[in-house]
Design a protein around this ligand. Structure first.
Ligand code: F6R
Length: 610
């Protein structure tokens, strides 16, 4: 979750660290800090709150030709405060570390160190690591780090520096991302690519258990036994402009508007001669003939994409799909039920979500071949999965996902079509028609993005709501899970998703005069049933805003208080289109409320802890 950056080179290290932290602020933003060496002294500056507080504290200090590390925090152990902010140091303040992850045995280690007379000043697990490294430091920092990490249980990405070795940073990782940027006469470390792009696109992707020694001229990587290893360069294919707002007020709205391109690129990346080609991810006739079911495992919005995928795959390919939240799947007692005849798919925009990685490993340990749908090439999930389908969404910076989610959905539609074709449940004509519908999506999304005034208007009327409902049936219900999540995480309005037919089994008790009930009504065969559900909530005073294809507007208008029209498209594809108005609704509601849309409270983009 937290963001780490480190720099060794000739530049003024302060703006490099601050710039890197700014690019990583989406990973955590409750406090930040930096350490740098100047005049043989370790300087540590930390501040609770956003990065601007740290910038103010630093003032116009300059530190050229030296090394430094920085951190932006998402609190796990101890409240956000100056003291708990990283970097943490040994007692003398000569050694500084930044850490992302959780040290699970920190309490035991702390007691052990305290018994040796070491005094702690913070509530963090990280401070234990600083003291531990210092305890083992007998003149070689790399060896000290290696000895210390052998005692750690849990996850870590570490950046370590000491005034005794003022020209190098030691980096180490286990179950938390860390990349090393390879510059010319300068080198960097970071939790993620955006912090490096201004300086280099060439990186080493550190693997679990590896340790790196980073100096101005050189980067050396060692395995956990201390053997020197040759790493292959990885080249980032994103550019620095993607990490800028480019004139938009927020990354969120920029990324919502990038969806037509992202969807086009994701589709085209898999089209060959007018057909979808998934042979690269092992979706072949031979494999499909042998499978009995599909498991999809993910977290948050990626899980919601999986639920929508379930409706579509079961509809088109006639094969059972089980969708699980990764944190539940991995701890299913006594162990998750998986058969070798099942296809296993994990979904993760970042490719670094801890629970999803654990689920992937669990599935592999049971002999499953895992297909990953992820947006980040070089991420842990894309490297560890047996096959990877990359979404072509480009860099996603806003903490709440938009284009990441929608491109995941598109991949699942493509998988549905291919499995349907291979199993014969989708005939040739329907298969071609399916692809034609997918091809229409980017331009229809553009149309939705042009006609957004009605959504803005609705948001301006409802931003003071305390409670809203999102309901639908079938694939519409799956989409509403995401619609509701967008509203709650961006605007902090409490919202509930319900399968429309389920409301009367309890939650209808919450409907009062003027409660907003958002209804997605795109599935013709379920329309009559849904209209009954609209009537049930209206009879209890609800204000109903329904979304449906243009061709159904006249019917739905008779029932709802307001109708938001979607362009006409076959029912199966309408939920894809509907995602965007709900993203816009969440966004504008949050803007009217004055919320920090790109960095909603308590959240972090890349959830690298359990
Ligand atoms: C919500 C959101 C999160 C992520 C979830 C999984 O807008 O962004 O719910 O979807 O944390 O993240 P990834 O897809 O990176 O595994």
């Amino acid at each position: 979750m937290c963001g780490i950056v480190g720099y060794v080179g000739k530049r003024d290290v302060i703006p490099v660290l601050l710039g890197g932290l700014q690019k990583l602020e989406y990973r955590g933003y409750d406090s930040a800090g930096i350490a740098y060496i100047q005049n043989d002294k370790m300087h540590i500056v930390k501040s609770k709150g956003r990065l601007t507080n740290l910038e103010k504290k630093l003032g116009d200090v300059v530190a050229e030709n030296t090394i430094g590390i920085g951190h932006t925090r998402w609190a796990t152990h101890g409240e956000p405060s100056d003291v708990n902010a990283h970097p943490h140091t040994d007692a003398a303040g000569d050694l500084a570390i930044v850490h992302n992850g959780i040290i699970e045995n920190f309490a035991k280690l702390k007691t052990w160190l305290q018994a040796k007379g070491i005094h702690f000043i913070s509530d963090t697990d990280t401070e234990v690591v600083a003291h531990l490294i210092n305890y083992f430091d007998e003149g070689d920092l790399k060896t000290a780090v290696m000895r210390a990490i052998k005692m750690l249980e849990g996850s870590y990405a570490l950046g370590v520096m000491s005034i005794k070795e003022p020209h190098r940073i030691i980096a180490a990782r286990k179950d938390s991302p860390l990349v090393i940027g390879l510059g010319k006469g300068e080198n960097l470390i970071a939790s993620d690519f955006p912090a490096l792009l201004e300086y280099t696109k060439d990186v080493y992707l550190l693997d679990d258990g590896e340790i790196a020694v980073i100096t101005e001229k050189d980067v050396e990587v060692y395995d956990s036994y201390g053997n020197h290893i040759e790493k292959e360069h990885f080249t980032i294919d994103w550019d620095v402009a993607q990490a800028e707002k480019g004139g938009w007020e927020h990354f969120m709205i920029k990324e919502i508007h990038e969806q037509p391109t992202a969807m086009h690129d994701t589709l085209m990346a898999r089209m060959r001669d007018g057909k979808i080609d998934l042979s690269e991810i092992n979706i072949t006739e031979e494999l499909i003939k042998g499978i009995r079911g599909i498991h999809i495992v993910a977290c948050g919005s990626a899980y919601h994409a999986g639920i929508l995928g379930k409706y579509v795959i079961e509809n088109i390919a006639r094969i059972p799909v089980n969708v699980d939240v990764a944190s539940e799947f991995r701890y299913r007692m006594p162990s998750p039920l998986l058969s070798k005849e099942d296809l296993f798919i994990v979904i993760s925009q970042s490719g670094e979500t801890a629970d999803t990685i654990a689920a992937l490993r669990e599935a592999q340990s049971k002999g499953a071949k895992v297909i990953a749908i992820t947006n980040v090439k070089g991420s842990t999930i894309s490297r560890e999965a047996d096959f990877t389908m990359h979404t072509q969404a480009g860099m996603e910076i806003a903490v709440a996902t938009s284009k990441g989610y929608l491109t995941q959905v598109l991949c699942l539609y493509m998988i549905a079509a291919e499995i349907g074709r291979m199993r014969g449940s989708l005939d040739d004509a329907d298969y071609i028609d399916f692809i034609e519908n997918l091809k229409k999506i980017p331009s229809l999304l553009e149309q939705i993005l042009r006609d957004k005034e009605k959504i803005q208007q609705l948001a301006s009327q409802r931003f003071m709501d305390v409670n809203e409902f999102f309901i639908g049936r079938g694939a519409d219900y799956a989409l509403m899970m995401e619609g509701s999540l967008k509203l709650k995480e961006l605007s902090y309005i409490h919202s509930e998703t319900y399968a429309a037919g389920e409301l009367k089994h309890g939650p209808i008790a919450l409907i009062e005069q003027n409660t907003l009930v958002m209804v997605l009504a795109t599935q013709t065969v379920l329309m009559e049933k849904l209209i009954s559900n609209i009537r049930e909530v209206k009879a209890r005073g609800a204000f109903v805003v329904a979304m449906t294809q243009q061709r159904n507007v006249e019917t739905v208008e008779k029932e709802a208080d307001m109708v938001l029209p979607l362009p006409d498209i076959d029912d199966l594809f309408a939920p894809i289109l509907a995602a965007v108005p709900y993203q816009l609704y969440g966004y504008y509601t949050a803007v009217f409320k004055g919320c920090d849309v790109d960095k909603p409270r308590n959240l972090a983009k890349s959830v690298t802890v359990e």
